[in-house]
Design a protein. Structure first.
Length: 233
């Protein structure tokens, strides 16, 4: 298996607790958040990881030079921000597998990657999104799913008593973005615009999820990762 990690974010909303490093390098329980992502991917059986980097990428590059792993790591540097879609398209030039995972560098999801890949191939979806069941949320938009696992629509952020959210792990065909511009949003201009015209599948997973993009969830991650809860929930 092969994955792209979107690790170029600045972490603007984390400036009060994390500064001067890319968001994926924010220290969580004594280690960069990127450490946990790489470890989880290695344990899941991945062989090649492409890191899409930009903001202060040298910090990531230096840390990777000290990180011992069996993974083959490739660094793709954005000279200017390309948006999530542009970053993925740029990184796909380094990909070799027909289907490639995309992982957000500021979220952790304990998804079964092998099962998600098998599901993606079985449904013959153009793209598959990992979805997380949530209760009492307003920070994320909800995703409506047909009983046959096709995504019907993406709803704007508002309070929801319960629902499915986009959990920041995707699986797309390597050629899917060939005709897209060099700079665009994967979520807005690919997933949301294509939902009515192509087969986008949803893969719900009742597993541990954390998004460190805001200080309160970053603080929660500090506790959870120190206790090892992310491995068992």
């Amino acid at each position: 298996m092969e994955a792209i990690i979107l690790a170029g974010g600045k972490g603007t909303r984390l400036q009060s607790v994390v500064s001067d490093v890319p968001k994926s390098m924010a220290s969580v329980a004594g280690k960069p958040f990127l450490y946990y992502l790489l470890r989880s991917l290695e344990e899941a059986g991945f062989r090649h990881i492409i890191l899409a980097v930009g903001y202060k990428y040298e910090v990531i590059e230096r840390w990777l030079s000290t990180y011992e792993t069996s993974l083959r790591l490739s660094l793709v540097v954005e000279e200017e921000p390309l948006g999530t879609g542009g970053a993925v398209k740029f990184s796909l030039c380094q990909a070799e597998e027909p289907d490639v995972f995309i992982v957000n560098g500021d979220t952790y999801l304990g998804v079964d990657y092998a099962r998600m890949l098998a599901f993606h191939q079985e449904t013959q979806a153009e793209a598959t999104l990992a979805l997380k069941p949530m209760k009492d949320f307003d920070r994320y938009g909800a995703v409506d799913l047909h009983p046959d696992s096709r995504i019907l629509r993406f709803r704007e952020k508002q309070y929801e008593a319960s629902g499915l959210i986009n959990a920041g792990v995707y699986l797309i065909k390597r050629e899917a973005l060939r005709n897209y511009p060099d700079r665009f949003s994967l979520e807005k201009e690919y997933f949301e615009k294509r939902v009515d015209t192509c087969h986008l599948a949803g893969f719900p997973s009742e597993v541990y999820f954390i998004d460190i993009g805001v200080p309160e969830d970053y603080a929660k991650a500090e506790i959870d990762f120190a206790d090892g809860k992310y491995k068992t929930l």
